[in-house]
Design a protein around this ligand. Sequence first.
Ligand code: NAP
Length: 286
Amino acid sequence: MKIAWLGLGLMGSRMVRHIAQFHDVHVYNRTASKSEPLKEICTVHTNIKSCVKEADVVIMMLSTPDVVEKVFVSDVLPHVKEGTIIIDMSTNLPNLTTKLYTQAQEAKLHWVDAPVSGGLGGAQNATLSIMIGGDQSIVKRLMPLLELMGSKVVYCGSSGHGQHTKMANQISVATNLAGLLESMEYAKHVNLNAKDVLTLINQGAASSWQSIHNGPLLVEEDMNPGFILAHFLKDLRCVMHEANLRSLHLPIVEKITSMVESIINEHNQDLSTLALVEYYRCNNPK
Ligand SMILES: NC(=O)c1ccc[n+]([C@@H]2O[C@H](COP(=O)([O-])OP(=O)(O)OC[C@H]3O[C@@H](n4cnc5c(N)ncnc54)[C@H](OP(=O)(O)O)[C@@H]3O)[C@@H](O)[C@H]2O)c1
């Protein structure tokens, strides 16, 4: 297949390598320098029009709902051929997803939502969980392609259901992360050894992806971006948006959203989500 890939950030730059081994892949990134390392295995474009115009499939791995909508409506939709499948692998609003799906349909295109979970390690090692929404007949055709990037590739239902599943996933990520930070904060204040506490957590009922993968980084104070605070806040706001549409009360997400907002006001939003630890440090000086 001829595939156009838009978005070579932390995730996209790793994921695209797995499909470039098997398909004719064309890439575009707003910051052109990020395309450079891929020029041996992909065709690099300096504008979206030339990147997408011959594509059978366009994959977007972009930052926010606003960016996905703008790139699709202004730069992709006018230039792709009829029948092209658009896959949005960014974490996006379910509500916007169904709107873009309809817009795509009206233009005789297909829209599939396929957000991912598993972090930079998952992107690097092609072990992502991929949550898919859209027309089942189209999704069926895409399975072999998506399986090149993930080890758990699951059809979740009609358009928007991949993103809804990702919203549920992010609620769990947020609560697990905040729980880990809160328990480690307690451990610090009663003078326990952080490494020992973490080892025990990871061997017992409190273990989670966050404690296993982010726990050691927390102990080492490594706040380098994997999943950045800005995207974490974007995801929490997407969850709150969908919850508000349904008058759904999510008290823990609400609290964590305000914690992340207060941290972003004072710190670099490009730090990893672990920088949420600063919330505890500001409020519990030791
Ligand atoms: N990082 C993770 O662990 C992780 C895990 C699961 C899901 N996600 C989700 O996956 C998506 C990508 O994450 P990431 O970590 O790869 O983000 P990232 O490193 O910030 O990359 C974002 C991408 O969007 C592009 N972009 C931003 N604004 C743009 C604009 N106005 N026009 C065109 N392109 C624009 C960026 O281009 P430039 O290079 O020019 O800035 C870059 O290619 C996000 O929706 C995120 O929530 C991330």
